[in-house]
Design a protein around this ligand. Structure first.
Ligand SMILES: Nc1ncnc2c1ncn2[C@@H]1O[C@H](COP(=O)(O)OP(=O)(O)OP(=O)(O)O)[C@@H](O)[C@H]1O
Length: 309
């Protein structure tokens, strides 16, 4: 289990992370979402003992990373896939890892197989790897010590769609076997399919924290109409919160019945009316991360923000 408690990090006058708290339960995948500069990497670096916190604490199975007896065996970390020695081969990188962690050399072949790097790729210098191959190598390195926790910063970066699909399967299986996964992304759809739990961060503060179902259920109704504006206005007058989507539809925090009645009352022609699901979550993500300014309790969406629910 990962516990982040009231974590704060300041660089001079700039606050990168402000009073952030959330938990990642054992057996689950937590997606840590936020735009560039939101504070994801800083939180993860503090969790892995690489950056000292200004306040608060970050625990892995109840212990700060630095106090774990053999952290590499407990936690697999991938924070920057391009931070590998360019002159070494993938196999050499992993062999060094086994030496540091006190593992048998056979583990190298096992993890290479696990991440789909064949013999030819393993014997290439890392400098000649694509970003996708570096991510696979980084993941292999993280899995080396057979850890029960994985902390991965933007692991899907550079992977092609097949690679992303493969990684989802690997992480799902890891969690289903009782592991804990925290992975970050600035793209919702990348982790929406694999995460059980979503934590959204914006401007260093938690904007939303809850199970994916909870956040999806709270995402409202997607409405598409031949002429959306008069219907949106009528709904606003009735106290319904409206959030336009990028493709001309809008999300409404009301049931389909309410919207259907309002449309009938003004003679609006509906072309789509359904639970918002992923579309709602996307809008929620964009809006929350763009405007996050105060923190919300776990399991809640920040009530100070006018989001579609
Ligand atoms: N070493 C540092 N010194 C000064 N400011 C920093 C440092 N590291 C991060 N920051 C600042 O802290 C804020 C949060 O950065 P962080 O890298 O944690 O965000 P992020 O969500 O991981 O974004 P990205 O996806 O771009 O890495 C940013 O404004 C960043 O400029």
């Amino acid at each position: 289990m990962i516990e982040i408690e009231n974590l704060t990090k300041r660089y001079g006058t700039q606050t990168a992370v402000a009073d952030v708290s959330f938990r990642c339960e054992t057996g689950t995948v937590t997606g840590f979402l936020g735009p560039n500069g939101a504070g994801k990497s800083t939180t993860m670096r503090i969790l892995c003992g690489l950056t000292p916190a200004t306040g608060g604490r970050a625990l892995i199975d109840g212990t700060p990373y630095r106090n774990l007896p053999n952290p590499g065996r407990a936690v697999g970390v991938l924070l920057d896939a391009s931070a590998q020695h360019a002159g070494r081969t993938g196999r050499e990188v992993l062999t060094l890892g086994t030496m540091v962690l006190g593992l048998p050399r056979e583990r190298v072949t096992q993890v290479l197989d696990l991440v789909g790097l064949d013999k030819k790729a393993a014997d290439k210098r890392v400098g000649n790897y694509s970003l996708g191959m570096r991510q696979r190598l980084g993941l292999a390195h993280a899995l080396l010590g057979n850890p029960s926790t994985l902390v991965l910063d933007e692991p899907a970066n550079g992977l092609d769609p097949e690679g992303i699909f493969w990684m989802r399967g690997l992480l799902r299986e890891f969690a289903d076997r009782g592991g804990t996964v925290l992975l970050s992304s600035h793209l919702l759809h990348e982790i929406e399919a694999v995460a059980d739990h979503l934590v959204m961060i914006g401007n260093g503060r938690i904007a939303a924290d809850g199970s994916k179902q909870e956040l999806l259920a709270g995402a409202g109704t997607l409405v598409r109409a031949l002429e959306p504006e008069p219907l949106a206005d009528a709904l606003r007058r009735a106290g319904v919160t409206i959030t336009p989507t990028a493709d001309g539809a809008f999300l409404a925090d009301a049931e389909a019945l309410v919207i259907g009645r309002a449309a009938a009352a003004i003679g609006a022609v509906l072309t789509e009316l359904r639970a918002a699901d992923g579309a709602g979550l996307e809008a929620l993500f964009l809006q929350l991360t763009a405007t996050a300014s105060t923190s919300a309790p776990a399991g809640a969406i920040n009530p100070s923000m006018e989001v579609a629910r």
